[in-house]
Design a binder for this molecule. Structure first.
Ligand SMILES: *[C@@H]1O[C@H](CO)[C@@H](O)[C@H](O)[C@H]1NC(C)=O
Ligand SMILES: *[C@@H]1O[C@H](CO)[C@@H](O)[C@H](O)[C@H]1NC(C)=O
Ligand SMILES: *[C@@H]1O[C@H](CO)[C@@H](O)[C@H](O)[C@H]1NC(C)=O
Ligand SMILES: *[C@@H]1O[C@H](CO)[C@@H](O)[C@H](O)[C@H]1NC(C)=O
Length: 458
């Protein structure tokens, strides 16, 4: 009876203890995961939160290997310690301090270290608190400086070649490799192929964007990232993004309008490695002609016809690729204000300006001819602004090309007809017999000499 009563009491006490002091810890382990360095010592530190005068303690440290093998290392009380014979030179344990010191770590020391501690309080009869803590230990060899290698050693041509970068370390366990290009971790690309441990990077095929300074970084739990020396991957590419620019003149799309008598420089630029060779070609008279070489072209506008076509061709003699940009040069008086506008660089406002100018010119000429040739009662004006041979060109809407605004403006008045110039000319021929139309037509012909429509009528 007495024994059962005692047991019941102690169970009650234990329960009472758990419910009232569940949050209090008698032992505390500051670090539950240790990354040990091979050959160095490691302290599995334990803090005790009780007074040794008030308690009896009894406990063990045991080691469980990753393989699952378990061994008891140390058995101890407040006054005595028994260390397993196998570990006597390897471990330091000084009771009543329950911390465990491992002397020279080796890979065998990896695994879980479990402390089982029973604490018996003198003043609370028969009360035994059981504490159990587990600490995880890994043992690693620090990483040596990684060595980077590149194949092929020389520069490579875009889209044709592959590059292999490999990284190796002389020492180090569980090494993780990382790659940097221009000090930025390499992003994903389907052209990148990594070996299983990331130590080899195979780029296939190489592209322009692969050009840069490469480094590999090797790390493990006991070594922060160690960087290799830098290796340059040089990629020959291009030409790309060919552009023709000029500080002078007025630019509208591919048309440059320059003032008569002006000296104009054009600059041809393209992204290329190695640098391009540039050739300037004139396409003015059917046949093409090489004018000059190099990125710069100088044009004296008084040497030009009203409009001329030019072409800048960039050639990369390593990639054997070329690109060309064509533009049209128009010589026309822009006035002093327009030149400033061209410096602005906006392609919309010059376009608008040219449209407004053209409309103004058309309007002005319209007015002029109306006054000179037509009576107010005569109704219709048919306008065409191109020579007849150009009518075959595909129709364009709007004024995207300023060249279209240059030409001969002719005004023909016929009642009730609003077709193209050619059509109205033919109708004119047919209408010759009609008497009251005749005067109208006559007036027009008389006032517009030396035009294609004139000869058509004869
Ligand atoms: C236990 O021993 C370790 C060294 O072995 C020491 O750092 C620690 O302060 C000791 N703890 C106590 C409570 O003395
Ligand atoms: C580059 O690698 C691809 C396979 O990824 C291979 O087919 C090709 O022949 C290689 N090119 C060169 C120049 O080695
Ligand atoms: C390629 O062009 C550069 C100039 O742009 C020149 O120096 C080099 O000799 C050329 N190489 C070959 C193989 O033609
Ligand atoms: C100009 O080229 C066109 C075809 O592009 C050809 O029909 C014409 O005869 C050429 N004119 C001259 C003067 O070479």
């Amino acid at each position: 009876m007495e024994a059962t009563g005692g047991t019941a009491l102690s169970i009650c006490s234990v329960l009472f203890f758990f419910f009232t002091e569940a949050s209090s810890e008698f032992i505390h382990i500051p670090t539950l995961v240790h990354h040990g360095i091979e050959g160095k010592s490691l302290l599995l530190s334990v803090e005790t939160h009780f007074s040794l005068d008030e308690v009896e303690i009894q406990g063990t440290w045991s080691h469980t290997r990753p393989s699952g093998t378990r061994a008891t290392l140390v058995t101890f009380t407040k006054e005595s310690t028994i260390t397993d014979m196998m570990y006597r030179n390897h471990l330091i344990f000084r009771e009543p301090n329950v911390s465990l010191h491992i002397r020279k770590l080796n890979p065998e020391d990896e695994g879980d270290y479990t402390l089982d501690l029973n604490i018996e309080f003198h003043n609370k009869t028969g009360l035994v608190i059981k504490e159990k803590r587990t600490v995880h230990v890994t043992v690693d060899v620090p990483v040596a400086s990684p060595v980077i290698e590149k194949k092929p050693m020389n520069a490579v041509v875009e889209d044709k070649a592959n590059v292999t970068l490999s990284c190796s370390v002389e020492r180090g366990s569980r090494v993780v490799f990382e790659w940097l290009r221009d000090n930025v971790p390499l992003g994903y690309a389907d052209r990148y192929h990594f070996s299983e441990d990331n130590s080899t990077l195979f780029i296939s095929p190489v592209r322009k964007e692969d050009k840069g300074i490469y480094r590999c970084v090797a790390r493990n739990p006991v070594s922060p990232g160690r960087h290799s020396r830098a290796v340059e991957v040089n990629v020959y590419y291009g030409p790309y993004n060919l552009e023709v620019n000029s500080g002078q003149g007025l630019r509208t799309g591919e048309v440059f309008t320059i003032n008569p008598g002006e000296l104009v420089f054009f600059e041809c630029q393209a992204d290329s490695n190695p640098p391009n060779s540039y050739v300037w070609i004139s396409k003015s008279r059917n046949a093409t002609k090489v004018i000059t070489e190099g990125p710069r072209l100088e044009v004296l506008s008084y040497r030009l016809a009203q409009t001329e076509k030019y072409l800048c061709r960039a050639f990369n003699n390593v990639t054997q690729k070329q690109d060309e940009a064509q533009f049209t040069l128009v010589v026309a008086s822009l006035g002093p204000g327009k030149e400033k506008q061209s410096q602005g660089g906006s392609s919309v406002s010059p376009l608008a300006a040219i449209t407004v100018c053209s409309l103004f010119v058309i309007g002005f000429m319209l007015l002029f001819f109306l006054r000179r040739t037509c009576h107010p009662k005569r109704v219709l004006m048919s306008i065409y602004n191109r020579p007849l041979s150009e009518q075959k060109r595909p129709h364009r809407s709007g004024h995207e090309d300023a060249t279209e605004d240059f030409g001969i403006y002719e005004f023909v008045s016929i009642p009730g007809k609003m077709e193209s110039a050619q059509a109205s000319c033919r109708s004119l021929a047919r209408l010759e017999s009609v008497q009251d139309m005749h005067t109208t037509i006559y007036d027009v012909i008389r006032n517009v000499p030396e035009t294609p429509s004139h000869s058509l009528l004869k």
